[in-house]
Design a protein around this ligand. Structure first.
Ligand code: SAM
Ligand code: DTB
Ligand code: SF4
Length: 332
């Protein structure tokens, strides 16, 4: 059998640039090849996303419908009751999901009763035998350890864009804050889910920089979500152009090649894609999607679970039963 491509974290900017700029079909072919060396190409992980606390966020992320300062039509919702969250997780499991991600519109975690409640939610979802993921904003190392002890499997904290472009998009925190939380998550022994968004007005150079930061981490994030901007009315980016799906495909394929053992998630943007376009994203190495019972991601629309299952069926794919442990495999 042919040896598989090695994991590397010594990528240079030039190397990534070269891959990113390959003629599209060459790039997809290469990514599909690498994908087959590292993953079962018939499987797609369905990760159910639930907004456990919605809106009213003090941050100014210019893409986000949940920032309190923008006049969006989002209904603010306090932290959901634990039993309700567990009920959602059970339904998600029955619907074929093997991962459950709880998201809160917080700038950072505070050591208060709400955090105690999230800890209980993590324990409850973990007991269902699902991979539990949270995305709660910035974390200290101590908070990360508490989450790990409660059974948290993954923590999502996206870089969102390049270091250079970061301050154009968010002014209430820095790129370094992001890296710092990711490091705290790693130190606590939780797997990392980190990727970004395209369509924010960034250049190809910014996208390459973001990929370079991810692919040169001591350990690659086990999960890399690639989002296309979901344009939310009332946010500063509401009038940005719709992201061209070929650009998503280019991003996914490059991520797949440079971080071969990671799960690459086709995240926001699916609602505006045809089945054909989503099929191309899977061909380019995406092997996970976000689903939600309410046909939403957090606050924007997303295809329904039955539509997703139908799409997988059409493409000859099946929901991944349980993610193979990338923790052991990803040993650079
Ligand atoms: N508040 C926490 C944080 O910012 O890390 C967690 C929730 S936040 C909604 C999680 C991620 O969703 C963001 O980092 C961003 O990458 C993505 N996101 C948010 N709004 C988006 C949008 N309108 N389009 C695409 N991705 C978006
Ligand atoms: C990620 O990278 N994408 C998801 C998840 N991580 C938390 C969130 C996407 C949000 C899209 C816009 C919305 O509905 O708010
Ligand atoms: Fe708040 Fe997260 Fe939205 Fe930024 S992306 S405004 S931190 S919820």
């Amino acid at each position: 059998m042919k040896e598989r491509t090695l994991l590397r974290n010594d990528w240079t900017r030039e190397e990534i640039e070269q891959i990113y700029n390959l003629p599209l079909l060459e790039l997809v072919y290469k990514a599909a090849t690498v994908h087959r060396e590292w993953h079962n190409p018939e499987e797609v992980q369905m990760s159910t996303l639930l907004s456990i606390k919605t809106g009213g966020c003090p941050e100014d992320c210019s893409y986000c419908g949940q920032a309190a300062r923008y006049h969006t039509n989002i209904k603010v919702q306090a932290l959901l009751p634990t039993e309700k969250v567990i009920e959602h997780a059970k339904n998600a499991k029955e619907g074929g999901s093997s991962r459950f991600c709880m998201a809160a519109a917080w700038r950072e975690v505070r050591n208060n009763r709400d955090f105690d409640r999230v800890i209980d939610m993590v324990k409850g979802v973990n007991e269902l035998g699902m991979e539990v993921c949270c995305t709660l904003g910035m974390l200290t190392e101590e908070q990360a350890i508490r989450l790990q002890e409660a059974g948290l499997y993954a923590y999502n904290h996206n870089l969102d864009t390049s270091e250079q472009y970061y301050e154009e998009i968010i002014s209430t925190r820095t790129f370094d804050n992001r890296i710092n939380t990711i490091n705290n998550v790693r130190k606590a022994g939780i797997t990392v889910c980190s990727g970004g968004i395209i369509g924010l007005g960034e250049t190809h150079g910014d996208r390459i920089s973001m990929l370079l930061t991810l692919a040169t981490m001591l350990k690659h994030p086990e999960s890399v979500p690639i989002n296309a901007l979901a344009r939310v009315k009332g946010t500063p980016l509401e009038n940005n152009e719709k992201t061209d799906t070929w650009e998503m495909i280019r991003m996914i394929a490059t991520a797949r090649i440079i971080m071969p053992s990671s799960m690459v998630r086709l995240s926001a943007g699916r609602i505006e894609m045809t089945d054909f376009e989503q099929g191309w994203c899977f061909m380019a190495g995406a092997n996970s999607i976000f689903t939600g019972e309410r046909e939403t991601l957090l606050v924007t629309p997303n295809p329904g679970v039955s539509e997703d299952l139908q799409l997988l069926k059409t493409l000859g794919l099946k929901p991944m039963v349980k993610e193979k442990s990338n923790v052991l495999k990803n040993e650079i």
